[in-house]
Ligand binder design. Structure first.
Ligand code: FES
Ligand code: FES
Length: 152
């Protein structure tokens, strides 16, 4: 079993196939950007992008991404150059405690890959399932708008 992880092909060892994708990424690869929040697909802290779609890695089996492309927040930047969404997050000082933010950013990247210039309703729909206990929602939305404007 293979997976394309942040652009590189890796084997999924058979003894990891039934583990969650979240634990596979964190424990097998040391990619700890995606976070364990609720563990049941309700908070979005564990969001990664699988074949272009924002995906809750806590409720996805590692074996289910066989042959697919997985992007994590660790794969967004090119060297020292941040992804435009990361840069917008930095420019607008979006995070507070930060725990939810990897998932927020990955959902935003998936949205902008699909819809480069989203309407407010598009942003609401895409980000609806990503919870932030610190209430950074206004800055998250502003950063998505900023990133979409930078892409013009
Ligand atoms: S930890 Fe996956 S959705 Fe909450
Ligand atoms: S920044 Fe603290 S939970 Fe979102």
């Amino acid at each position: 079993m293979n997976v394309i992880l942040n652009g590189k092909s890796h084997v999924i060892p058979s003894d990891w196939a039934d583990e969650s994708l979240l634990f596979f990424l964190r424990e097998h690869f040391g990619l700890t950007g995606a976070k364990f929040g609720c563990g049941v697909g309700l908070c979005g802290a564990c969001t990664v992008i699988v074949d272009g779609s924002a995906t809750r890695s806590c409720i996805t089996r590692a074996g289910d991404v066989e042959g697919l492309s997985v992007r994590t927040i660790e794969g967004l930047a090119h060297g020292n150059v941040l992804h435009p969404v990361q840069q917008a997050w930095l420019d607008l000082a979006v995070p507070q405690c930060g725990y939810c933010q990897s998932g927020q950013i990955m959902s935003a990247v998936a949205l902008l890959d699909e819809t480069p210039h989203p309407a407010a309703e598009d942003i609401d729909a895409a980000m609806d399932g990503n919870l932030c206990r610190c209430g950074t929602y206004p800055r998250i939305r502003a950063a998505i708008v900023r990133a979409s404007e930078d892409a013009r």
